[in-house]
Design a protein around this ligand. Structure first.
Ligand code: SF4
Length: 220
């Protein structure tokens, strides 16, 4: 790691790095189509602790059977869990999906709410899920911080944080609002393809020369 890299880079520098990366990654690895907010919501919930291809397959299996809150509620919970398997925590996620569908029908008229506070009321929905739905479906600026965004932004020295929630608020000061919606797409791709959790491919990274590689012990 270079010793002269500023601990808190300027907004301009962070945006310059981000612009360089954003040209590389134009699609989200998670199958999220903005015209179906319910699918984005369910897909993002299922994606926790699960690789994107596994999540995408599970969503395709589920959508072949049901694609509305009423339809998913009609599937018995044990059968729903088997449809979701092998996504991580498929039993708990099946239970949460049922509770969420019930709440959507009873409290929101079967529609997906358009505010963070309302989305956070839904079982299984945290800030990461709520922010991605707001971004992708409703074009509302929000920073969706998952494990990749949290790790990479700390390695880059853009922020110095312990938790994804801290990262979300710290990144609001560093990244221009017009980029908030695409930050997740860009850094999830970069995290999966180059800046891996263990031994990142720094030799292949477009921004290696400027990256202080904070906390990186081994790289390729
Ligand atoms: S791959 Fe290496 S150089 Fe690139 S962002 Fe990650 S730590 Fe920095």
């Amino acid at each position: 790691m270079s010793g002269d890299y500023p601990k808190a880079p300027s907004k301009q520098a962070a945006t310059a790095f981000f612009n360089k990366l954003s040209k590389l990654y134009t699609t989200h690895p998670l199958d999220v189509t903005p015209d179906d907010p319910f699918r984005v919501l369910v897909g993002t919930i299922l994606s926790a602790r699960t690789k994107d291809p596994v999540t995408n397959d599970a969503i395709a299996r589920l959508w072949a059977v049901a694609r509305t809150p009423e339809g998913i509620l009609a599937i018995p919970e044990t059968q729903l869990a088997l449809l979701l398997k092998p996504v991580g925590f498929y039993n708990a996620k099946a239970k949460n999906l049922h509770s969420m569908c019930e709440m959507l029908i009873n409290d929101f008229g079967g529609e997906i709410p358009r505010t963070r506070d309302e989305l956070l009321m839904l079982p299984g929905v945290g800030r990461k899920v709520a922010n991605l739905v707001l971004n992708i479906c409703f074009d509302i600026p929000a920073i969706c911080v998952d494990t990749h965004v949290h790790r990479i932004c700390n390695r880059l020295g853009w922020i110095e944080t312990e938790t994804p929630e801290q990262s979300e608020f710290a990144l609001m000061d560093i990244i221009d609002e017009k980029h908030w919606a695409t930050l997740n797409r860009v850094l999830v791709n970069h995290g999966q393809q180059v800046c891996n959790p263990v031994s990142p491919w720094c030799s292949r990274c477009l921004i290696s020369a400027q990256c202080p590689k904070i906390g990186v012990k081994t790289s390729r």
